[in-house]
Design a protein around this ligand. Structure first.
Ligand code: SF4
Ligand code: SF4
Length: 79
């Protein structure tokens, strides 16, 4: 029989992973200065430029773009 002391930490890790996946990042176009720093760090190539503004097309919630944006234009939401 598997002990609760083994199962509980596993459940906690799975739960935290699910919480990470539920974060998604968005861009407030009004304050984007078009520096493209976010484009260069996205590991999945999900950010494109349109009319000089960055646009997030999909997201795995890694937060890299958020970390490099000089104008705090990128924000997270829970999905
Ligand atoms: S949070 Fe990560 S995956 Fe999502 S758009 Fe930014 S860099 Fe790309
Ligand atoms: S890093 Fe920020 S300011 Fe630069 S293009 Fe991306 S969203 Fe716009």
């Amino acid at each position: 029989m598997i002990s609760i002391f083994v199962i509980a930490p596993i459940i906690a890790v799975i739960d935290s992973c699910q919480k990470m996946k539920s974060l998604s990042y968005k861009i407030n176009s009004a304050s984007c200065i078009g520096c493209k720093k976010c484009v260069s760090v996205c590991p999945e190539g999900f950010i494109s430029m349109e009319n000089g503004k960055a646009q997030i097309n999909d997201c795995i919630g890694c937060g890299r773009c958020y970390g490099v944006c000089p104008t705090n234009t990128i924000y997270s939401i829970e999905e």
